[in-house]
Ligand binder design. Structure first.
Ligand SMILES: Nc1ncnc2c1ncn2[C@@H]1O[C@H](COP(=O)(O)OP(=O)(O)OP(=O)(O)O)[C@@H](O)[C@H]1O
Ligand SMILES: [Mg+2]
Length: 509
């Protein structure tokens, strides 16, 4: 079949109980293009993609793929037609080898009807080579990084000889280098005439890799544009329906005494001799490349990892933290970077997920939950950070990815901690809400709380922090005041441990 468009979706509607996720949306994807989808959290991007992949059946609307009008189809039929999807939340079979993950459900068989492991190995080696992933097909999935697991998913798409590959926020947990690797593969697939639908909240990626952009808002189609012709402020306006600044700078507030001091904290494997202080009303940013050990430092302070040395002081008093509850009892809270692994309880309601760290505050004298009060407070937070949910009783797994992140933000803001650690607080969160979360963090600092913020986004770190600590391969390479003359370039020099070279080159100029 020919024709300019590989995929045409017209007037797609998708209803869930109590929610209209898609209110008549369109999408046209050309052959051999990389097509971006953008929109706020809960706009309907993932839902539309699941309709394409046969996971959901649209309530109504028309799907034309490769020139043919499609009757409702199953995921298996979608694959057979050449449509594959790499999900926002990966779910690989961790305890099985790579090759079985690639060929799951369609394993090559010997003539006696047994799985032909040798053939599966060879076939897998072929597809891995095609995407330049140097891994042994027999390695267990559990030994791979998230980035490599994604590459395996792409290998699977290649093995199906897909015409359309859907990638739902593939870059949200990748490091710079891995993102470049992914982009290289995407360009290669495109040059082979394949179409890719690419979802991301990172605007720079849109401009780097995509040919066209389609924007949705609140389940409605807003428009499609050629990326090269689309100005940034117009794109943001299409997404949120108003002008927003992507960053919300910290509101100046008085900075008090030292609240938290970390002295020579070490962990055998990940970092050594990390020392820093955070004062009341201060935001300390922790910058560094992925793998620098930033998250591990926070995990160790919280008693999730064993320390091999070092001390923690609060208000000048030494404290021992052996388990996370010790940290919480000492007035600390922690918004984790990994919402699937250690934060969200998918089967529980929005209400419980928000309240789970604060329940004791809502017990009456005989130990029963004061529901009305709990409801009221949860409602307040849901409103404040715009969690998009039909009610507090919705299961969290039914919320969009970014809205699950917002539930976690609400949880930790509600504990009203003295010291708040936030790790990638706005990952997967749309531009509009991002500045709202920045505003809330800033407000906490204004109330005299101490904040430690780990983030890979330099503009976020530079917009919000009073001081910035930079790490490189488990070592602190610098702690600097966040003054006006601090540049991204200089921070990167610290993050790559080349600050001496950087200084010399500046002096030379
Ligand atoms: N299985 C489901 N049951 C009920 N509601 C759902 C279900 N799946 C999605 N929704 C709702 O549909 C809307 C669209 O969600 P979707 O996941 O498509 O958003 P998204 O654009 O991908 O957002 P994000 O950027 O946060 O990933 C949301 O309001 C969500 O709560
Ligand atoms: Mg989504």
């Amino acid at each position: 079949m020919s024709g300019e468009y590989l995929l045409e979706m017209n007037h797609i509607i998708k209803n869930f109980p109590g929610v209209q996720a898609l209110k008549s949306v369109d999408l046209k994807v050309k052959r051999g293009e990389i097509h971006a989808l953008m929109g706020e959290n809960g706009a309907g991007k993932s839902t539309l993609m699941k309709c394409i992949a046969g996971i959901y059946k649209p309530t109504s609307g028309e799907v034309i793929f490769d020139g043919e009008v499609q009757e409702p189809y199953t995921p298996a039929e979608a694959l057979a037609r050449g449509i594959t999807m790499i999900h926002q939340e990966l779910s690989p079979v961790l305890h099985r080898p790579i090759m079985e993950n690639v060929w799951l459900g369609r394993e090559p068989l010997t003539r006696f009807g047994f799985v032909d492991h040798r053939k599966m190995y060879e076939l897998t080696r072929g597809v891995l080579r095609e995407i330049e992933l140097e891994e042994d097909p027999a390695s267990l999935m559990s030994t791979l990084t998230v980035a490599k697991m994604q590459m395996v998913e792409i290998a699977k798409a290649v093995s199906y000889n897909a015409k359309l590959i859907i990638m739902d926020e593939p870059t949200s947990s990748l490091a710079e280098k891995e993102i470049n690797q992914l982009f290289t593969i995407m360009r290669k697939l495109k040059s082979q005439g394949k179409s890719i639908i690419f979802i991301t909240h990172k605007i720079d990626e849109i401009y780097e890799i995509t040919d066209r952009v389609t924007v949705y808002r609140d389940g409605s189609y807003i428009g499609s544009e050629k990326t090269a012709d689309l100005k940034l402020d117009k794109l943001i306006n299409m997404m949120v329906g108003r002008d927003v600044k992507e960053m919300f700078p910290k509101i100046p507030c008085p900075i008090g005494e030292v609240k938290l001091e970390i002295r020579n904290l070490s962990n055998r494997k990940y970092f050594k001799d990390v020392s820093f202080t955070v004062r009341r009303g201060e935001i300390l940013g922790i910058a560094g490349l992925v793998g620098a050990g930033r998250t591990e430092v926070v995990e160790t302070i919280f008693g999730m990892r064993p320390k091999s040395g070092g001390e923690v002081f609060i208000d000048g008093k030494k404290i021992e933290i052996k388990r996370p509850v010790d940290a919480i009892e000492n007035g600390m809270a922690w918004l984790t970077e990994d919402r699937r692994g250690s934060g969200i309880f998918p089967m529980l309601t929005v209400q419980l997920n928000i309240a789970i760290a604060t329940i004791p505050k809502f017990l009456n004298m005989i130990g029963l939950i004061r529901e009305a009060q709990l409801n009221k407070v949860c409602e307040e937070y849901v409103k404040k950070i715009q969690v998009k949910t039909p009610s507090l009783d919705q299961h969290v797994e039914n919320l969009s990815g970014g809205n699950q992140q917002k539930v976690l933000v609400a949880r930790w803001l509600m504990t009203n901690p003295d010291i708040l650690f936030v790790d990638e607080p706005t990952r997967g969160i749309d531009v509009g809400t991002k500045s709202e979360i920045h505003r809330l963090i800033s407000k906490l600092a204004g109330e005299g709380k101490s904040i430690v913020m780990v983030s890979s986004e330099l503009p976020e770190i530079m917009g919000m922090s009073d001081r910035i600590m930079i790490m490189h391969q488990g070592k602190v390479t610098g702690i600097v005041e966040n003054t006006k003359d601090l540049t991204q370039e200089k921070l990167m020099a610290y993050a790559t441990d080349t600050v001496e070279i950087y200084k010399k080159s500046k002096e030379a100029k």
